[in-house]
Design a protein around this ligand. Sequence first.
Ligand code: WTA
Length: 630
Amino acid sequence: MSDRLHTLSGYFHEYQKSVAQPEEFWARIADSFHWKKRWSKVLQWNFEEPDVRWFVDGKLNITENIFEKNLYTLGDRPAIIWEPNESHEEVRTLTYRELFVEVCRFANALLSKGIGKGDRVIIYMPMVPEAAIAMLACARIGAIHSVVFAGFSSSSLADRIQDCQAKAILTADGNYRGSKKITVKGIVDEALEKVSVETVIVYRRTGQETFMQSGRDFWWNEVLEGQSEFHKAAEMDSEDLLFILYTSGSTGKPKGVVHTTGGYMVYTKYSFENVFQYCPGDVYWCTADIGWITGHSYIVYGPLLAGATTLMFEGIPTYPHPGRFWEVVEKHQVNVFYTAPTAIRALQAFGTEPIEKYNLSSLKVLGSVGEPINEEAWHWYHTHIGKGKCPIVDTWWQTETGGIMISPLAGITPTKPAYATLPLPGIQLSIVDADGKELHGNSVEGNLCINFPWPSMIRTTYGDHDRCKQTYFSTYKNKYFTGDGVKRDHDGYYRILGRVDDVINVSGHRLGTAEVENAINEHPKVIESAVVGYPHEVKGQGIYAYVICDMSNRSEENLIQEIKETVSKIIGPIAKPDKIQLVPGLPKTRSGKIMRRILRKIAEGSLDAMGDISTLLDPEVVEKIKAGRK
Ligand code: WTA
């Protein structure tokens, strides 16, 4: 692995090279992959449009780089270890060879149902190996997958089916969540009352009674019958779409972030190997769901491209007991463990007793992702899980970046609690002030931008290129704007301060305040609403909704409950407001704009320092809201 960094001086050296000669830098890394046809140009770009192409004219299939390239050396190594919801249920292990056969068979099954190159396929599944098989089979035939987190409601699912004009849905009968058995296909059926697809393939997980529409719905095992164990990979262009993943922004409905084949492949493997310093034979466990980008890049593609053993966990951290994560670490001798601060904080609340029952000595590296990790949680993770000997990689990145951008390299970069530390070689960051002026040097704070393309960056927002341009490339000229605030300290280390736009991060899940407001406003008694985030001990941020309602014939309690249910139905339970305050009015400027700054302050509980409220149409409303604070 020539593209693997081993020392801090090596890191600084590579970083310099990657900035001085980016094309040479990336060409060298890309050369270690299998290309059916080599690229004619490493990079062609323009942030104005934006139009970014990596490894131009290169031809490849990402799954050949997982399977054919490695089968001789890795065939019998476990690719996926699956730990079910119930600890007594049987573990499933798929070697690289076995996984390859499953992917080929399912690829053939998809083709037999008329699904082919360029078709969009929605994957709405629990955390079972078949979800990864489904993604890889799509990639094998050149279909574009769009995984939708199985906690989203039928109406969120319908929106996504509609937006990408999906031809098929791959799903399951049900899902186990802790002690509960939840319907999955039932939600698909509800979505399909509003929109339609040609084919639905259903994996039997829970065995619960399931409606199947003849001619449209097929059982997974039945479509696999008689399928060949080999499929010749489709030849894809480097810039062909690999997948669409919907994510929330500050306005309107979630947008379909588009990732393409060649660059995503190169960057996910490169970042996986370098950040986690994965060694052959290690067991690697990322606790994310495949419905999020972390699951795409660091459960499926990155680890499998690197020939790693990736553990997939179906369950939840606290079922059947709060030591479940640690039980799994011991059981599978996990070496690298990657989770979210919200999970760490939730488990912290149970004390150290659940940890002490298990032997965690296999752990070498710990990771964190999804939201800022507070110092207290960092220390708890370091001391009680890592026993003071495992480096923590606090990895900053986004759905749009495709892979980890700022992070320590495990065991190489000296860490500092709550700091994501330094950018990976190839990543050119900048910090700008509100006017877009770049702030050079150390000890500065501002908005985080990226000045130069990287291979796994967003190419467009599906079906609406202008939205991509407006959201990411128009705020600051010739820069990609992340939406995050950041500080570069006296050592040049980066600390992410959180979103500076109207996006909130609830337990590591991204939600737009406008999206939650739209859902609240669907309730017939709601006149207007405003949603803000506030600091929450476990979730990082909680959702605080200020709502103006028509109160006639209704009790406050009932209305609040109904509004919560409405949001849950329209987006999903993750978007349910933690606090709803019914208010007589909202603080608006004379031009009608809601002053969210004030609402955020009240939600946070800083009731004294309201700042300048002289531009408000009705300053008195602020006092009334303060008085009724939840
Ligand atoms: C936040 C998740 C601080 C950030 C991979 C970003 C973080 C958003 C970190 C993207 C981190 C992610 N420290 N904040 N290590 N990682 N974030 O698209 O606000 O679900 O913009 O991608 O999460 O969330 P997304």
